[in-house]
Design a protein around this ligand. Structure first.
Ligand code: ADP
Ligand code: ADP
Ligand code: ZN
Length: 219
């Protein structure tokens, strides 16, 4: 299963990708996670990416395309992958099509998650992530048992630097201007399915699985 999860910041891409990863046993490829790891490690790519990320802007296409091209060739992607947060521009989508075609692979589906803007802001301001295991939480919608502490590993829960209201607004504008054209792009390619991302996490997952089940039956 070769999938893309498309949607604005806070739509639930990461949450759904992790659930699909467990279900299908295929990796989540989150360019945001890969970039944050590079920033943390202080690699040359991380140093280059940091200023864009802090500003809520997109990292240059050639950087993220390079990341994804390399990642798709790794062994664990041979049965499929879930792209989360990539592509985010039309040139990235074109580069992905080229990379997949040179690997002899096709996309199965592009799932677009739609969520109202005020809900996105609430989701992003309340998002927390475990420092140690990366598990995601929300202070209101998916709270840990003990405030600030990961249920799974006891690690400290952190808020992302770019999940502050001012940067969030900028990221939402960037989505509208640079990423939302991909909805029409993939609709035209016959790959798009739109899912109501306002539902509960489990209901969104069910809607995605129902669609993917139909796709599999069709093939
Ligand atoms: P979210 O899950 O909130 O949408 P991500 O973790 O996907 O955020 O991305 C965080 C930041 O990393 C983005 O604001 C951007 O600066 C950078 N980034 C991630 N993916 C891409 C991409 N495909 N193209 C350009 N920049 C990206
Ligand atoms: P994205 O990767 O698209 O930026 P996330 O999956 O990180 O989004 O979700 C953003 C925040 O909203 C997280 O704190 C997550 O726990 C929460 N969240 C995700 N999906 C839902 C949902 N369907 N209902 C309520 N909260 C959600
Ligand atoms: Zn943890």
């Amino acid at each position: 299963m070769n999938l893309i999860l498309l949607g604005p910041p806070g739509a639930g891409k990461g949450t759904q990708a992790k659930m699909l990863m467990d279900r299908y046993g295929i990796p989540q490829i989150s360019t945001g996670d890969i970039l944050r790891a590079a920033v943390k490690d202080g690699t040359p790519m991380g140093l280059k990416a940091k200023s864009y990320m802090d500003a809520g802007a997109l990292v240059p296409d050639e950087v993220v395309v390079g990341i994804v091209r390399e990642r798709l060739q790794q062994d664990d992607c041979k049965d499929g992958f879930i792209l989360d947060g990539f592509p985010r521009t039309v040139p990235q989508a074109d580069a992905l099509a080229e990379a997949l075609s040179s690997l002899g692979r096709l996309l199965d589906a592009v799932v677009s998650l739609a969520v109202d803007v005020e809900v996105l802001v609430e989701r992003l301001t309340g998002r927390r992530t475990c420092r140690d295991c990366g598990r995601g939480y929300h202070v209101k919608f998916a709270p840990p048992k003990v405030s600030g502490v990961c249920d799974a590993c006891g690690g400290e829960l952190l808020q992302r630097d770019d999940d502050r209201e001012e940067t969030i607004r900028r990221r939402l504008n960037v989505y509208d201007e640079q990423t939302s054209p991909l909805i029409a792009y993939y609709r035209q390619a016959g790959l798009l399915t739109e899912v109501d991302g306002m539902l509960s996490m489990d209901a969104v997952q069910e809607a995605i699985l129902a669609h993917l089940g139909k796709e599999q039956a069709r093939r």
